[in-house]
Design a protein around this ligand. Structure first.
Ligand SMILES: Nc1ncnc2c1ncn2[C@@H]1O[C@H](COP(=O)(O)OP(=O)(O)O)[C@@H](O)[C@H]1O
Ligand SMILES: [Mg+2]
Length: 650
């Protein structure tokens, strides 16, 4: 232990040094209120040197006026009670700033008992106070936000108690703040089915905040027991075990979504199950959707169609037309119904009749697609075409039958007198041969004379011609009558021979050889090998081939154009096929309808009778066969004759 004197020394010297070194303020004031001493920390903070403050009246120099009275009372109390005090007041710096101080004051007395001086130890709490105020302000701001934000919001304690609820939340649930805050658990507000999940999230959020979802939907039950759909956002408040949850009432939105879904499924049902082909196409012509009937009819799967260009499915010849149709549809313009040939998956073509107009589909007022409906009319069209061609064949047959009867009568009537004419013309010709020298004699001895008003010298050369003309005319009549008789099946032979088509063609080519040579340098026949035979009449079939070759020869404008024949066997239809193709003038579509009619000819001025094809048609029909024409004006004509093959003999 140290001695007393030692302690006294320490007091004198070191206490002063310690006071000087303290980071807090130290000031001593005498009984008259004059400053005795200030430590370094205080001098520095106020901006004075020790000399400048010693002896100065403390209250009027260092205390703001407003606080002087209060502080002088503190001093008085100090003296009276003789006890330490605590008070808070401001001190003035040299440049007029105010520092907020917390002072611990103490009076010191002389041995006589009267006041010697006061001293105070003070802490500058200006910054602390400022921070506190800022904090308060921030809290106020957040509280305001919490209160006035449009969303129902609550603060949740770890034990699920709601410690704060804003006005919006009280509106949502129907309870007042007083009823909720600190009293209710959030778990009282949700339907049983949602609770398990939500409580799991509550705890998960406090152990692993990232693992719990920030947002989810749940069903809130309000005071009246009504259930509302809410969209919840939850987050932990940093540094606490509390969370903030906000609730968006989405009941209406959900109701609308449900309604939308219901109506959507209604329309999908109509789209899918309708008995027409439904297609939705977007503004670029891409297929967005098709229904199952569409897929069924055309044999595609959905992903072979959706996303593809609609025009890819249309036969190339029609693409331009269809594209114009779609364009009009998109503009909302009227489009009449349209038949479109569409490729099916198997490569076949089906005809779809698309209805007039299209339904525009909108998204936010902008047209995004069109719904086009169609029906598959392929089978109907085929049936119609078949009926039409059958009808035509019937008509043709009917015409032929009537004409046949008529013609056979007329032919007979004409034939007899025409035979006289031919016979008589021959006799006349011979008579003239005998008369001519006699007349010549007469002319030589008696000079010129007249015959039917013509001078003999002029007439005698022409009489032979006149007689020959009668003969030729009669022969032409005979040819026509023969044609008519053939046509009417007068004098036609039996159809019981076994005929080789190649022999028929060879024989016919031989007969019209001269005409062929006159007409073209390019004539060829491709004879099919090993062809079955035909049951029928050689001569009649030869007549057909002659007629066809003759027509082709007559159609050639120059010798450069060719004629090509071929014979073959078609296994599918078990028939012999004869093709006569020429590079002639072709037949106009208008004429094509009539070429089988008897007496239809475009060659009347050059001796055509118009019977060639009608006779040929008749013969082919008698053989159970068929004839068809395809022709293009200026390019040529192809005639195809099909005759049933004879079943192979056993
Ligand atoms: N190969 C062909 N090329 C062009 N026209 C043809 C051909 N075959 C037939 N025709 C047309 O058909 C018509 C009728 O033919 P057809 O019955 O043989 O009578 P004709 O030959 O006596 O005129 C012909 O006048 C001609 O206009
Ligand atoms: Mg002819």
């Amino acid at each position: 232990m140290r001695g007393e004197g030692n302690t006294g020394q320490w007091k004198e010297r070191d206490v002063n040094a310690i006071v000087q070194a303290l980071p807090v303020f130290f000031v001593a004031i005498d009984a008259e209120g004059r400053t005795l001493v200030m430590n370094r920390a205080m001098l520095q903070a106020l901006g004075y040197t020790l000399d400048e403050v010693v002896g100065k009246d403390y209250l009027s120099t260092f205390v703001p006026e407003a606080e002087r009275r209060m502080l002088s009372e503190v001093f008085e109390r100090l003296v009276k009670s003789r006890k330490p005090t605590f008070n808070r007041n401001h001190v003035l710096t040299r440049d007029g700033r105010e520092l907020l101080m917390e002072w611990h004051g103490r009076p010191m007395f002389k041995p006589s008992g009267e006041l010697d001086y006061f001293f105070g130890v003070g802490i500058d709490v200006t910054e602390q106070r400022r921070a506190q105020e800022a904090l308060l302000k921030a809290e106020e701001t957040y509280r305001t936000i919490f209160e006035t934000t449009g969303t129902a919001t609550i603060i949740i304690e770890e034990d699920t108690t709601i410690s704060l609820a804003n006005a919006e939340f009280t509106r949502l649930c129907g309870y007042s703040k007083e009823e909720i805050e600190g009293k209710k658990s959030w778990t009282e507000f949700f339907v049983k089915e949602d609770l398990d999940k939500m409580i799991r999230y509550h705890h998960l959020r406090r152990t692993d905040p990232d693992a719990a979802p920030r947002n989810y939907e749940a069903r809130l039950v309000d005071r009246k027991g009504d259930v509302r759909d809410v969209f919840i956002t939850v987050a932990m408040i940093p540094g606490t075990r509390k969370s903030v949850a906000s609730f968006l009432d989405i009941t209406e939105r959900k109701r609308m979504e449900d309604a939308l879904r219901r109506s959507e499924s209604k329309y999908r049902f109509l789209f899918e199950k309708s008995t027409v082909l439904n297609t939705i196409i977007d503004i670029n012509g891409t297929i967005l959707d098709v229904n199952s009937l569409f897929l069924e009819k055309l044999g595609y799967s959905k992903d072979e169609v959706v996303g593809k260009d609609a025009l890819d499915f249309v036969v190339p010849e029609q693409r331009e037309r269809v594209s114009a149709f779609l364009e009009k549809d998109f503009k909302g313009e009227y489009t009449p119904e349209i038949e479109v040939d569409i490729y099916a998956k198997d490569g076949s073509v089906r005809t779809i009749l698309f209805s007039s107009g299209a339904a525009l589909l909108y998204e936010k007022d902008l047209p995004t697609g069109i719904l086009i409906t169609g029906i598959d009319i392929t089978d109907r069209k085929r049936a119609e075409e078949l009926a039409r061609s059958q009808q035509q064949q019937l008509l043709q047959a009917d015409k032929m039958a009537t004409l046949g009867i008529l013609v056979s009568g007329v032919a007979h009537e004409i034939n007899n007198p025409n035979n006289f004419i031919m016979l008589n013309a021959k006799i006349l010709s011979r008579v003239w041969d005998d008369i001519a020298p006699i007349l010549e004699e007469h002319y030589k001895s008696h000079g010129d004379f007249t015959l039917a008003g013509m001078l003999y010298t002029k007439a005698h050369g022409r009489i032979a011609q006149l007689i020959a003309g009668i003969s030729e005319g009669a022969q032409r009549i005979q040819r026509i009558v023969q044609g008519l008789k053939d046509f009417a099946r007068q004098g036609g032979g039996e159809l019981d021979q076994s005929v080789d088509i190649n022999e028929v063609v060879r024989s016919a080519v031989l007969i019209v050889g001269n005409l062929i040579k006159k007409s073209t340098d390019r004539f060829s026949v491709r004879y099919g090998e090993g062809l079955p035979r035909i049951k029928g009449n050689f001569q009649q079939l030869e007549q057909v081939v002659i007629n066809l070759i003759t027509n082709s020869c007559q159609a050639l404008p120059d010798r450069g154009r060719g004629i090509f024949l071929s014979t073959s066997y078609d296994e599918d239809s078990e028939s012999i096929v004869l093709e006569v193709r020429d590079e002639g003038t072709g037949i106009s579509p208008e004429n094509l309808k009539h070429i089988l009619d008897p007496f239809f000819t475009t060659k009347r001025n050059s001796g055509g009778t118009g019977l060639g094809l009608s006779v040929s048609y008749r013969i082919i029909k008698d053989h159970g066969g068929d004839i068809s024409f395809s022709s293009e004006l200026g390019k040529g004509t192809k005639v195809t004759v099909r005759l049933p093959a004879e079943p192979p003999s056993p």
